[in-house]
Design a protein around this ligand. Structure first.
Ligand code: NAP
Length: 228
């Protein structure tokens, strides 16, 4: 096995599971997290000849992220992806927004992923790359409105990803990619989504591995820049 190492927070299913499998196939040692037992991730780990190591973490629980950081160790990661995310249910009109549902989705999709990235910074190698799984639905420029909880949380995540880059990553030569995975066939994306998990994650891993000057950019899985 090579010394390339990655961590995927939120790898029990869908895009996160795909990222863990494809990174292992590309020769990475992968720290992959689940909140509760995932048979699919256990199978991927069993088939990976030791490349995928499964850990338990909830992105909203700082102590579980601290344990994960201890397991990974310092200066170990080439790639870190904060993939965990929720959609927020179907009632997302402006009049449906409450203190509770806004706080819940902002913490899970925006604040906690950014804080987890900061907590895991000591685990990053200088010059590495952090992927923050956002969505084109977090773009203000490219928006038809609606789905307000989800959009708000991903726009918020993009703002915090910029802080992560400016305050914690840039000085160490670490790039932060706000990644739009495409509309992907997963539990969240549904069966009518446009692309499969393999297509999405292959594209995103190419972006995470690419040589670049340290930057924070908003990129779709196929390398196209997304407007903020
Ligand atoms: N699918 C799409 O078309 C699409 C489009 C744009 C952006 N995205 C983004 O891509 C990411 C992955 O989406 P997906 O389609 O793979 O969704 P998914 O199939 O619903 O999977 C979501 C993943 O996030 C994990 N997760 C949720 N809350 C978590 C928490 N508090 N702590 C740790 N893990 C947590 C889930 O773990 P459990 O199994 O424990 O619930 C699961 O592994 C999300 O951030 C999503 O917003 C998806």
């Amino acid at each position: 096995m090579s010394d390339k190492t990655a961590c995927i927070v939120g790898a029990s299913r869908g895009i996160g599971l795909g990222l863990a499998k494809h990174l292992a196939a590309r020769g990475y040692r992968v720290f992959a997290t689940e909140r509760s037992h995932s048979e699919a991730l256990a199978e991927a780990a069993a088939e990976s000849a030791g490349a995928i190591e499964v850990h338990t973490a909830d992105v909203t629980d700082p102590s579980s992220i601290a344990f994960l950081g201890e397991a990974i160790g310092r200066d170990a990661l080439d790639i870190l992806v904060l993939n965990a995310g929720v959609y927020g249910g179907s009632a997302q009109a402006l009049e449906d927004l409450t203190r509770e549902n806004v706080a819940d989705i902002m913490m899970t999709n925006a604040v906690c992923p950014a804080q987890a990235a900061v907590a895991l910074m000591p685990c990053m190698k200088d010059g590495g790359c952090i992927g923050m799984m956002t969505s084109k639905m977090g773009s203000i420029e490219d928006s038809s409105g609606g789905t307000n909880l989800y959009r708000l949380s991903k726009t918020g995540q993009n703002v915090l990803a910029r802080s992560l880059f400016e305050k914690h990553a840039r000085a160490r030569g670490i790039s932060v990619l706000s990644l739009h995975p495409g509309w992907v066939q997963t539990d969240m994306g549904g069966p009518n989504a446009l692309i499969d998990v393999d297509t999405s994650v292959r594209g995103m891993i190419d972006l995470l591995e690419a040589e670049r000057e340290p930057c924070h950019v908003f990129l779709a899985y196929d390398g196209q820049e997304v407007g903020w």
